[in-house]
Design a protein around this ligand. Structure first.
Ligand code: HEC
Length: 103
């Protein structure tokens, strides 16, 4: 008995963890779909630079993955911070509007 009890507790804990993971996933999915990338850019990015940064002659970004990396880098300069799915949505919007990389 003394051997079985921890095993039962453990499996109960595992079930709880799994339930938590499912819950987190279902919470995250609608969030990424409902992200308003335009509003995020207006709110978080225009304090430092506007769209001229994305269209400047000597812009540095030359691929979609570089774009994602740069958005993430700028994001870490912000106090508020964005969730990964928001960074993704912002990168996608900038790509659609300005960069037009193949993905
Ligand atoms: C704290 C100031 C700051 C904030 C806030 C900021 N950026 Fe930047 N960003 C910069 C600077 C400075 C550069 C130029 C970096 C360089 O030339 O190496 C830059 C460059 C970029 C570039 C690369 C432009 C190019 O093609 O050369 C992208 C894309 C970009 N930012 C996106 C964003 C997005 C999206 C946000 C909002 C989430 C944001 N930035 C917020 C400072 C900021």
């Amino acid at each position: 008995m003394s051997v079985e009890l921890p095993a039962v507790r453990l499996s109960a804990a595992a079930t709880l963890l799994a339930a938590g993971a499912v819950l987190l996933t279902s919470l995250a999915a609608p969030a990424s779909e409902g992200v308003d990338a335009h509003a995020l850019i207006e709110k978080n990015c225009t304090s430092c630079h506007g769209s001229e940064m994305y269209t400047r002659e000597d812009r540095k970004i030359d691929s979609y993955s570089a774009l994602e990396t740069q958005v993430e880098a700028c994001n870490t300069n912000l106090d508020t911070g964005m969730f990964p799915e928001e960074v993704e949505a912002v990168a996608q919007r900038l790509n659609n509007e300005y960069y037009k990389f193949d993905r």
